[in-house]
Design a protein around this ligand. Structure first.
Ligand code: SAM
Length: 353
């Protein structure tokens, strides 16, 4: 692992964080409350991290890392895609892995360190991909051959009740990818007014019962704040009712909406995509795996706009060539082995000269 300038705060793991707008590394003063991040970084052995990388073969085929390639995994998670890409890029390949979640970085660090990779072939960074260019510049990744985004949450995050992403297990209503700061889902649920809640649930969850859910939330929190996933799931179930032919849990859409809002997922994606294009060298490739239609629409429209689709009268010449006219999806065998792959859509584009 490359230690660009050492990390005076946590030398054992050397997970860096570059502060937006600050050229120097954030060793001192550490901007966030230390005790809340230490739980993740201090563990002598990272907790077992389970996440099967989706569409792995398709990603490798799409990004075609050659020996010596310079790569960015903007959502490194447990390092599954990163490891396969880095291996394919040897000898000489280098990878910058970014994640908002310190626990994911710890897992990626353990996985990549245990692999047969040359020393100094990867560097991991704690941050948000909306700061992609600043992070890449700080680590000397000025021009790269490939950028990967594998959006959303990992299975590990979903299945850890303390993170509060899932209605399937009781936990605090948190949902922050980066538990070191920012408002949690409980903050939103207990603070937004009824109209704002209804709008959020409708816009990010495409939930038709959004107004009913918002009304019930506001009624319920007059008695006591809503603090757990189970509380919210039960309440949504009551608001939505049992009816319908839906095969998904009635709280699925509301939980998705809150997660997107808490982590500003769509804004992050919109901010990051143009930066990824800037970083690519001609012939370099951008691959994005999305898991719901709101993300996929952003990627599709961005690719179209950047490729001059429909002869659009854009101010500048097209920068991308679309490689995947239709998104690549998992086949039946992958879905059977990893049900999470069911909703994955991979889109790929190439930087023009
Ligand atoms: C689906 S997982 C990636 C899994 C990874 N490809 C692997 O093979 O293990 C998505 C990861 O992206 C991270 N993430 C999501 N949004 C992010 C953002 N805006 N900035 C940085 N990381 C983000 C999440 O914390 C999570 O670890």
């Amino acid at each position: 692992m490359v230690l660009v300038r050492g990390n005076c705060w946590e030398p054992a793991l050397a997970v860096h964080r570059v502060l937006a707008m600050r050229p120097a590394y954030a060793c001192a003063p550490w901007p966030l409350p230390r005790p809340r991040v230490r739980w993740a970084l201090d563990q002598p052995e990272p907790v077992a991290f389970h996440h099967v990388p989706v569409l792995l073969e398709a990603v490798l085929e799409a990004l075609r890392p050659a020996p010596g390639a310079t790569l960015i995994d903007a959502t490194v998670g447990g390092g599954g895609h990163a490891l396969a890409l880095l291996r394919a890029a040897q000898p000489g390949g280098r990878l910058l892995g970014i994640d908002a979640d310190p626990a994911a970085l710890a897992a990626a660090h353990a996985r990549l360190s245990a692999a047969d990779l040359p020393p100094g072939s990867f560097v991991l960074h704690h941050g948000r991909f909306a700061d992609l260019q600043a992070i890449a510049a700080a680590h000397g990744f000025a021009e790269v051959d490939a950028v990967l985004f594998d959006l959303g949450v990992s299975s590990h995050q979903l299945d850890t009740p303390e993170r509060g992403f899932s209605f399937a297990a009781e936990g605090p209503l948190d949902m922050r990818l980066d538990p070191t700061g920012g408002p949690s889902a409980a903050d939103l649920v207990n603070r937004l007014d009824e109209r704002e809640l209804a709008e959020l649930i409708f816009r990010y969850g495409e939930e038709r019962a959004s107004r009913r859910i918002a009304r019930l939330i506001v009624e319920r929190r007059r008695q006591a704040p809503i603090t757990t996933t189970a509380d919210l799931a039960a309440l949504v179930r009551r608001a939505v009712g049992r009816g319908g032919r839906e095969r998904i849990h009635p709280a699925t859409r509301t939980f998705q909406a809150l997660r997107i809002a808490v982590n500003r997922e769509l804004e992050q994606l919109e901010a990051a995509l143009p930066q990824a294009v800037e970083l690519l060298r001609p012939g370099g490739r951008l691959a994005v795996i999305s898991f719901h239609s709101l993300e996929d629409r952003i990627v599709k429209q961005f690719f179209r706009a950047e490729s001059g689709y429909g002869g659009s009268a854009a101010a500048r010449p097209p920068r991308l060539t679309i490689i995947t006219r239709k998104p690549i999806e998992a086949d039946a065998a992958e879905i059977a082995a990893n049900p999470r792959a069911r909703s994955a859509r991979l889109r790929v584009a190439e930087r023009r000269a």
